[in-house]
Design a protein around this ligand. Structure first.
Ligand SMILES: Cc1ncc(COP(=O)(O)O)c(C=O)c1O
Length: 346
């Protein structure tokens, strides 16, 4: 009954097999291998146009390197206050770019195009005395488990373009978002004006593989150097690229995300039946609920894995995050719900 994170789960057999099959003979190092060569075509096919793709090991690196390419050290990056880049990356985006993060509030993990425009207007232009906003980062699916609709992404992108801000998408859960929205990867990104994407795979079945995908060619400049300086140019890149190739093959990435999302739906529906209403709409594979510490402890004592998401206590309850993955067994969801039902005396 582990709902702590999609990272808690392992690697899908298809990706393990791809690593194993890459493990024979020698191959050129630092990305000059046959697997990495195939990545360019695989990602360009996926996005229905030429893209530049740069594998890295972690989402933090993907976000930080991508944002550093879009933002000068005297620049600023708009983001949501609860975004991973703002609160969960130990300052890596600031470290790699030198830029400042400017949070924009908004409900359920999202900010609107209007809020972005207001933030930009309020920031004003104080010349050399203040940082200059240069990019915007949105997360899809968001840290609240919600989704930006295609129209919302497009509206944000219109404001970004108006003020010459590059638009970055943190897609640590991009697969969950594409699956839930029923759109194509192209429709969710460059067709809506996204310039750079952190394309996640690790949470959805890879061992350690993420990719920076660049749609706007001028932003590629320096990316390879930044990746090397960040320590993410793998000498044995073939194993990272083999993971990404297997992830894309036969739409494995989408099939896995569909399963993770379906498990979240099953869990959310069960919770609602027991009167536990998620704090945000459940649109991908994350659910946030308010529980008393006593209930959380009791559920953990029965084999669940939950913890408080924040320090905020409301009406004696704390927020917990429940995440499902491609591997979450349905029986774990049912067992968890039955424990919760017993606790509620129902
Ligand atoms: C929204 C989001 N972005 C990025 C990441 C990537 O983090 P990591 O550097 O741990 O791979 C995560 C992981 O939790 C995440 O939830």
């Amino acid at each position: 009954m582990d709902f702590s994170s999609d990272n808690a789960w392992g690697v899908v057999p298809e990706i393990m097999a791809a690593i194993e099959s890459a493990n024979s003979g020698t191959a050129a190092s630092y990305g000059n291998d046959a697997w990495t060569e195939r990545l360019g075509k695989a990602f360009s096919d996926l996005f229905e146009r030429d893209v530049a793709v740069f594998p890295v090991f972690t989402g933090t690196a993907a976000n930080s390197i991508a944002l550093a390419c879009a933002t000068a050290p005297w620049g600023a990056i708009y983001c949501h206050p609860e975004s991973h880049i703002h609160i969960d990356e130990c300052g890596a985006p600031e470290f790699y770019s030198g830029a400042k993060l400017l949070p924009i509030e908004g409900p359920a993990g999202k900010f609107s195009a209007a809020s972005l425009e207001a933030a930009q207007i309020n920031w004003g232009d104080r010349g050399v005395h203040s940082v200059r906003p240069m990019s915007v980062s949105i997360t899809q699916a968001t840290e609240a488990g919600t989704l930006y609709s295609l129209a919302e992404v497009e509206a944000i992108s219109e404001v970004a373009k108006k003020y010459k801000l590059a638009l970055h998408m943190d897609g640590a859960r991009f697969a969950n978002a594409v699956s839930a929205l029923g759109c194509t990867p192209a429709e969710l990104t460059w067709k809506r004006g996204v310039d750079l994407l952190s394309f996640g795979a690790t949470k959805n079945g890879a061992l350690a593989a993420e990719a920076i995908v660049v749609f706007t060619p001028r932003l590629v400049e320096g990316l390879e150097y930044r990746r090397k300086r960040a320590g993410h140019l793998s000498s044995k890149m073939r194993f990272v690229s083999a993971q990404l190739l297997a992830y894309l093959e036969d739409a494995l990435w989408l099939r896995l995300a569909e399963r993770a999302n379906a498990r979240a739906k099953r869990l959310a529906e069960g919770l609602q039946r027991l009167g536990v209403v998620p704090a945000y709409p459940v649109e991908a594979n994350e659910i946030f609920v308010w529980l008393s510490m006593a209930d959380m402890d009791a559920l953990n004592a029965k084999g669940a894995r939950l913890w408080p998401w924040t320090n905020v206590v409301q009406g004696g309850k704390v927020m917990t995050r429940m995440v499902t993955s491609f591997a979450t067994p349905e029986k774990d969801i049912d067992a968890f719900l039955s424990e919760l039902k017993k606790l509620a005396g129902k």
